[in-house]
Design a protein around this ligand. Structure first.
Ligand code: GRF
Length: 216
């Protein structure tokens, strides 16, 4: 039984590449069946094509118009559900998805976030340094971590809920902020951990699903 992934991206797709490479090496225990982007220039689409993975481009044209947004979400969900994925991975997908979308894939949507998040929706995270840091949410959290002078940040994979960057935590890794770090240098170090974690989480979720099916 293949554990099927739909991966949603808006940009480079280096995390997607980690999934594709591990799949090619035969150790992912899952198959990337579909890659969807909301931007035509998302380089991750090329990565998918190079691996003969089906792609879809679903642009959101009038982001501020509620009806247009709802129609876009429905179209996005229709495209994805045609592939019957076991897991939908938001991997650098820079759009907020509402309950209307998430309800189409109950317990099947996970999100990657390049900062530490608390599992309980609060606004602070306890770190191994013994200090609490603010939970950073939104699209600019790597820059925010530097701007706030935090000693440490990290990355999280969590189940997606309608609340932005909130939901039960599946994996988290701390990344220290080094003197002289720029947004680019810090984000690159965070992404090294994100790629490893994403592969591990997918392997684990696939394993759990296969064990459940065997047990029935
Ligand atoms: C990652 O840092 C992810 O957490 C964030 O966007 C970045 C995607 O990187 N949401 P890439 O496109 O996989 O290289």
């Amino acid at each position: 039984m293949t554990y099927r992934l739909a991966v949603l991206i808006s940009g480079s797709g280096s995390n997607l590449q980690a999934l594709l490479d591990t799949q090619q090496a035969g150790t992912l225990g899952a198959e990337v069946g579909l890659v969807v982007a909301d931007r035509a220039d998302a380089y991750g689409l090329q990565r998918a094509l190079q691996h003969q993975v089906a792609t879809a481009y679903v642009p959101l044209k009038r982001a501020r118009n509620a009806a247009a947004r709802a129609a876009w979400e429905q179209c996005l969900a229709n495209v994805i559900s045609a592939f019957e994925p076991d897991l939908v991975v938001l991997s650098g997908f820079m759009r907020v998805l509402s309950a209307n979308f998430l309800d189409r894939f109950p317990d099947r949507v996970i999100n990657q976030h390049p900062a530490l998040l608390p599992g309980d929706g609060s606004n602070y995270v306890q770190t191994s340094l013994g200090v609490e840091i603010p939970a950073l949410r939104g699209a600019h959290v790597v820059a925010d971590a530097i701007r706030l002078g935090l000693p440490i940040t990290g990355c999280t994979i969590h189940r997606a809920t309608p609340l932005v960057d909130n939901g039960p935590i599946l994996a988290m890794t701390e990344v220290p902020i080094l003197p002289g770090d720029t947004e680019t240098s810090l984000h690159e170090r965070i992404k090294v951990e994100e790629r490893r974690m994403l592969v591990e989480v997918v392997q684990e979720l696939g394993h759990v699903q296969r064990s459940k099916i065997k047990a029935v």
